[in-house]
Design a binder for this molecule. Structure first.
Ligand code: AMP
Ligand code: ZN
Length: 137
């Protein structure tokens, strides 16, 4: 993808503060961090989002997550961490090359990842679960 900024970072055409790299992923510090130490894991293969990610590659990619999270936590001394991933404009995705955010969290910090909890009508959750389950076989 010639125009993709993350492909350019992966190829080294755009500089980045890299903290980890292997054959499948490159992990860099986010240029506009939500918190100090905010990192993003870039999947080296250009896939736009999780809906394009082959399951076999997903396993290799996610196997890196615990050690990167532990290294960031050890260095920053944060109390917690949000690990999240946006798919699609409506979900907040702005760069359409699959990436995973690591956002260190401290008590009373300024990061805001919240939603207003909804509910289900009687029987609605069971019906919905069955419908989604039917698509997984
Ligand atoms: P998302 O909204 O999930 O697509 O996240 C895209 C992230 O990429 C944002 O947090 C940006 O700050 C980050 N970003 C964009 N350009 C760069 C860059 N050149 N180097 C590092 N991070 C970047
Ligand atoms: Zn790309």
């Amino acid at each position: 993808m010639d125009s993709c900024i993350f492909c350019k970072i992966i190829k080294g055409e755009i500089p980045s503060s890299t903290i980890y790299e292997d054959e499948n992923v490159k992990v860099i510090l986010d240029i506009s961090p939500a918190a100090k130490g905010h990192a993003i894991l870039l999947v080296k293969e250009h896939v736009a989002n999780v809906f394009e990610l082959p399951a076999e590659l997903a396993g290799k990619v996610f196997s890196v997550v615990p050690k990167v999270a532990a290294a960031i936590k050890a260095e920053l001394g944060c109390d917690g961490m949000n690990i999240l991933q946006n798919n699609g404009v409506e979900a907040g995705q702005t760069v359409f090359h699959l990436h995973i955010h690591f956002i260190p969290r401290w008590k009373n910090d300024t990061v805001n990842i919240k939603w207003a909890p909804l509910g289900y009508a009687d029987g609605e959750a069971a019906e919905l679960a069955a419908a989604i389950k039917a698509r997984l076989v």
